[in-house]
Design a protein around this ligand. Structure first.
Ligand SMILES: [Fe+2]
Length: 464
């Protein structure tokens, strides 16, 4: 009898837990028509080389120091090295300053790169518009950027989020939607997988050059903060290419030394009221590794009274309910998730899965091998996890989802797009996700973020 009641009870518990599992978030009712995603041909106007002898091309900038007073300017010349100098001047001054950089080249199989220049401009004034000129002596081209405001807790700042962009017609639409979004992004947080050149025979690096020309229209005017994805590995021993990340590291420098990192794949920057930690899904992250030791020291350094918003970027997501890249982020989650909860990370942005997903605030840190507690639970100290690998690359959309939708998944949709993280002050940020096929102002998903650190201190608000 006891055994029978036990079975009934067991079945009831099982049924309740299944019902509970079914109580997930929203799978968007919007279903995007699935079409083949194709790369733009080499003669597309977005890939055009600028006219003039040895004209600088593929111009892009990124933050050059810890706090935003330096910028690294990069560009490529094709005919001859030319000068690695940058002329720059602030909007209100006629006095032109000069900074001297370097150039590098590399070979990949039977491809030889152009002359890739990198020049760091230091000691800039905060919150100032600067013009800069590259290609001095041959065909000068002038661009401009705004430095961020001085780091401080209530400084508003607007970040764009783009991932897995590639160079398809959809990639172009995504970038255009970001540029024309009425909420103007001031800096792009890019979550990895840039050009997808490695999908071409022998990783045809000409597609790295086309990608550089395609993204110049944004990346020359505002910094893009880089994260390395699997498509940056370019590891191809069969043709003798055994140096991982060779094209990426030659082309896209980052200020890793400023945050005491020992490799360009993990580093951090402060910008306005945000502290941004970039992690490397494809570099060792286990205990005792350089990345582990760096992050262990880095997280306690974050002063939330100075930079309340703690944002983490990585490529492979930890929470993903699509049937793609199953468990690829799991080992890093096991290593670092307790720290993210302890240090109250506000939000984690990842890419890799070519779709969109936003999680609840959840953690899964109770499991200890023997206790069986291995289901994500709601946790107000945990970050929101956002997958934004929906830039529009040639591999197409991830449309196949696990069913039922897990409870930790708040919203998911298989569409291409970008997002905006718009920090208002130390307590509030407005987040929105935008499909690349809607009107520029349309928000397909949105959320008010209440800062984790300041939310804990002022508990008068209860939402996310
Ligand atoms: Fe990826």
């Amino acid at each position: 009898m006891g055994c029978c009641w036990g079975s009934v009870l067991g079945a009831l518990v099982l049924l309740l837990s299944v019902l509970d599992l079914c109580n997930g978030g929203t799978t968007s009712a919007f279903v995007r028509k699935v079409e083949k995603t194709v790369d733009m041909p080499l003669d597309s106007d977005v890939f055009r080389t600028p006219p003039g002898y040895n004209a600088p091309q593929q111009v892009h900038i990124t933050q050059g120091d810890l706090e935003g007073k330096a910028v690294i300017v990069s560009w490529v010349t094709m005919d001859e090295p030319g000068l690695s100098k940058v002329l720059y001047w602030s909007e209100n001054s006629k006095h032109k300053h000069k900074a001297k950089g370097i150039f590098v080249t590399y070979k990949f199989y039977n491809y030889t790169s152009g002359y890739i220049h990198h020049c760091e401009i230091k000691n800039l004034k905060f919150n100032t518009k600067y013009y800069y000129e590259v290609g001095i002596g041959h065909t000068p081209r002038t661009f401009w950027f705004m430095t961020p405001p001085e780091v401080g807790p209530d400084v508003p700042y607007t970040f764009g989020l783009i991932g897995d962009l590639g160079q398809s017609y959809d990639s172009n639409k995504t970038l255009t939607h970001y540029e024309l979004n009425p909420t103007k992004g001031q800096t792009v947080l890019f979550v990895g997988d840039l050009s997808y050149a490695d999908n071409y025979p022998f990783h045809d690096n000409v597609r790295w050059d086309t990608w550089g020309r395609f993204t110049e229209r944004s990346a020359a005017y505002q910094p893009w903060i880089w994260t390395a994805g699997n498509h940056e590995l370019d590891f191809f021993p069969e043709i003798g290419e055994t140096e991982p990340f060779k094209p990426y590291t030659h082309r896209y420098p980052v200020p890793y030394k400023a945050s005491n990192s020992t490799a360009p794949f993990w580093y951090s920057i402060k910008r306005a009221s945000a502290y941004i930690i970039v992690l490397a899904s494809y570099s060792a992250y286990g205990k005792y590794t350089p990345q582990y030791k760096w992050l262990e020291q880095e997280l306690p350094k974050v002063n939330r009274s100075e930079t309340p918003w703690l944002i983490v970027l990585m490529h492979a997501p930890w929470y993903n309910s699509y049937n793609y890249h199953y468990m690829e982020g799991e080992t890093m989650r096991v290593m670092y998730e307790p720290w993210f909860v302890k240090y109250k990370v506000d939000v984690v942005f990842a890419g890799h899965v070519h779709a969109y997903e936003r999680s609840e605030r959840v953690s899964n840190v109770a499991y200890n091998i023997v206790n069986g507690i291995c289901t994500p639970v709601k946790d107000q100290s945990a970050p929101v996890y956002i997958t934004i690998g929906d830039g529009g690359n040639l591999e197409g959309l991830a449309t196949n989802m696990t069913e039922p939708q897990p409870e930790y998944s708040a919203f998911r949709e298989a569409s291409f797009g970008h997002a905006i993280f718009d920090i208002k002050n130390r307590t509030h940020a407005y987040y929105s996700w935008h499909r690349n096929q809607d009107g520029y102002a349309v928000e397909a998903d949105s959320l008010w973020f209440f800062n984790r650190y300041w939310h804990q201190i002022d508990d008068s608000t209860t939402a996310q």
